[in-house]
Design a protein around this ligand. Sequence first.
Ligand code: PLP
Ligand code: COI
Length: 340
Amino acid sequence: MVKTRPEDLNWNKLGFKYHDLPYRWVDEFKDGKWQGGHLTQDSSITFNEAAEELHYGQEIFEGLKAYRRKDGGINLFRPDQNAKRMANSAKRLLMEPYPEDKFIKAVKEVVKANQDFVPPYGSDGTLYLRPFMMGMQSVVGVSPSETYQFRIYATPVGAYVKGLKPMPYEVSDYDRAAPAGTGQAKTAGNYASSLMPSLIAKKNGFADALYLDPKEHKYIDEFGGANFFGITKEGQFQTPKSDSILPSITKRSILKLAKDLDLDPIETKIPINEIDRFAETGAMGTAAVISPVGSLTYKGKKHVFGSETKAGPITQKLYDTLFGIQVGDLADNYNWVVKL
Ligand code: PLP
Ligand code: COI
């Protein structure tokens, strides 16, 4: 694959796509231990046709970003939380967790080695980092691998949804995760099962699908790549409490910031039949940051939240506060930012 050069990129029109940057991290778990890891220029992976991850989906991943500060330096946002969640995903998939300190060191090395690709301050671009791990052993019967590869690649990205523009979503009849399944783990299978419902939503003219709880189809779960939030007409921040959603780091951060903003935030079951209680709704995640939801269509009925063309005032405030901390413009009162 042809390597991307910084001069090939338009920082204000990055989109959300892969670029083959000069460096990525690779480490191997074999003979019962991680080998130490190193940067490599090789973006290809070689595995046997019977490799575990190809057939039985023993794969987990993470997503975090590096942000360019006004002074030219670079910030990471809560990489320790990604390390912890990846270890939890590893345990759920019977994989060998990558040690937290090594994870953070590897993230830093990948950012430093590709620092010319961290988009400039003032663009909406960031350097997206994708740590991932897969079972490499050749297996035929269904059993966990004994060898793993851990890698981190980086790619510069723009906003997942451009310019805080509210988007319409469709409540899906499909599930992405099962009750007591793997919804809390960031594993490939959850995303594979979301491909078709997502395509159906897009063909119906929506930005993506919103999933309900897989047991009763009564409560809001999450989007295919982000958690859900709503601001009630009384001004309370609400986000779903569910065992089948990904524990979002953005969500946990926003819960704290919403408390500071006197939004009395709660995690609670949100019945799909009661969504008209919301004046604003949105998606939150690393890629999504805070993305306003203009409408939700459920069983053919469209529910609109405030404006369909402009982000609501609280959604805008949450975005400004979170992104302000991430890029270093606002005080980092919770020590979330790691400076490079
Ligand atoms: N839910 C799903 C299914 C996701 O893929 C993501 C993205 O990582 C999130 C929620 C948001 O999680 P985070 O805020 O940690 O990025
Ligand atoms: C992220 O926000 O990091 C994600 O993994 C979402 C992904 C589906 C693009």
